[in-house]
Write a protein that binds this ligand. Structure first.
Ligand code: GLP
Length: 244
């Protein structure tokens, strides 16, 4: 679905999330959300905060799982996805702290595999993700599933692509400061969500969106695997859709 600009598109996505939360509230259930970081979802989070403050949208029944975190990464660091989520969403809504899950960038290497299995198990114990929101990296990554990721991959430690580290270099004051690794939900984890929304805005995403939507399904562009999913919607602005 193509919208005129990121503002309108973000509002639509926020409305869908709010509708899901309210529907679950009415039936006394939890809403289990998979969340993304990056510039792309910022306006969605802004709109959700506005709905909380001005319309009383409650997040008491919301459980969140973030896609990824750099490794190693201290949660207090200004580049951590913990800081990003707190600043852009969690600090401004009434979500319960214990309902927030973000991969732990402080783990010892030998504890990562066990953490990743527990992350998957927690999602499953809650009945799976109701909705996963995604951005897309210029390598075609979703979460931090870089080229070469297997379609059935689970949560795991991965090595970041050079282009991904270059794209992150502004946040870190130079590529050399960007961690070389990350912990990410797998493509298989993402696929299990009942609904998936991938968002992309701006001209600089146009060529990767073309590959993701129209290209051959292949591990070189992990987002192409979403072509195999019946419950994925790409929500784009006109610029990101301009090569289609
Ligand atoms: C990072 C995140 C991804 C995100 C991507 C695009 O790599 N791990 O989840 O989709 O950046 O970021 P942006 O939205 O800033 O373009």
């Amino acid at each position: 679905t193509v919208y005129e600009n990121p503002q309108i598109a973000s509002k639509k996505v926020a409305d869908r999330i709010a509708a899901l939360i309210k529907k679950k509230q009415e039936s006394g259930e939890k809403a289990v959300l998979g969340l993304a970081t990056g510039a792309t979802p910022v306006q969605v989070y802004e709109e959700l905060v506005r709905m909380h403050k001005e319309e009383g949208l409650s997040f008491q029944n919301v459980i969140t799982f973030n896609l990824d975190e750099y490794y190693p990464m201290s949660p207090n660091s200004k580049q951590s996805y913990v800081t990003f989520m707190n600043e852009n969403l969690f600090d401004h809504i009434d979500i319960k702290k214990e309902n927030i899950h973000i991969p732990d960038g402080t783990l010892k290497k030998e504890d990562i595999a066990e953490f990743c299995i527990a992350y998957e198990n927690k999602i499953e114990a809650l009945g799976g993700l109701d909705l996963q929101v995604l951005g897309i990296g210029r390598t075609g990554h979703i979460g931090f599933n870089e080229p070469g990721s297997a379609p059935n991959s689970g949560t795991r430690l991965v090595t970041l692509d050079d282009l991904t580290r270059r794209d992150a270099s502004r946040d870190f004051g130079g590529k050399e400061n960007v961690p070389t690794k990350a912990i990410t939900m797998g493509i298989g984890t993402i696929f299990k969500a009942r609904e998936i929304i991938l968002m992309a805005w701006n001209k600089k995403k146009a060529s990767i969106i073309k590959k993701a939507v129209e290209g051959e399904i292949a591990g070189e562009v992990p987002a192409t695997y979403l072509q195999l999913s019946d419950n994925t919607e790409f929500i784009l602005d006109e610029d990101a859709a301009s090569d289609l």
